[in-house]
Write a protein that binds this ligand. Structure first.
Ligand SMILES: [Zn+2]
Length: 200
């Protein structure tokens, strides 16, 4: 994918996520892989209203989230996008501040268990007899700390990471697959939170 196409696709996806209430107050960031070797990603720029991005509001970063761009500032979280893309082989990574993943992470700080739900199919898992655990890691402003925590709990069949009291990362082969997974995961986490047993 070239940078122009990436910019258009990222702006369109951000508008959709914003409409879902998942990118409030300039929060969240999306990326797509431009080149694999060496790894280069197009990531949304820092600080802009994600409902108003244009195809120009993206910046190229390396696997560490660093850019050679003299003007544009990548999201501070670009380093974790790079780490996730490098480790998982994903072609797109989405990071949003949706509420359900954060609430779920609060209830299950050691990982959110999911099982026997039809929507797991949309997350790439089985609807029956498949024990899924969405990893939860403590929040940090240091992307290397977050990246190490992500990698320590990484499983190729679980394309998501909850950052406690912060948000969620979901990835896929492309932006569309990542979005479908994020939508399904949000449903799964909302269901799990709303049906949890009250602690006696
Ligand atoms: Zn964030």
């Amino acid at each position: 994918m070239n940078l122009d196409d990436a910019g258009r696709a990222l702006a369109a996806e951000c508008a959709r996520y914003t409409a879902m209430g998942w990118m409030r107050g300039t929060s969240g960031n999306l990326s797509v892989v431009l080149d694999r070797d060496p790894l280069r990603l197009a990531v949304t720029v820092s600080g802009k209203d994600k409902g108003e991005l244009t195809s120009d509001d993206v910046v190229v970063v390396d696997a560490a989230g660093e850019t050679a761009d003299p003007v544009k500032i990548p999201s501070a979280e670009a380093g974790l996008h790079g780490r996730i893309a490098a480790v998982s082989g994903a072609g797109a990574v989405v990071h949003v501040h949706a509420m359900a993943p954060v609430v779920a992470g609060e209830h299950w700080p050691d990982g959110v268990p999911l099982r026997d739900l039809e929507m797991l199919k949309g997350f790439g898992r089985a609807a029956h007899d498949d024990d899924v655990l969405i990893p939860v890691v403590p929040n940090s402003q240091d992307m290397r700390v977050l990246g190490d925590a992500f990698e320590a709990g990484y499983r190729a069949d679980t394309p998501a990471l909850i950052v406690a009291r912060h948000g969620v990362y979901v990835w896929g082969d492309d932006l569309r697959q990542a979005r479908h997974r994020a939508e399904c995961l949000d449903w799964l986490l909302r269901f799990t939170v709303e049906t949890r047993r009250a602690i006696p």
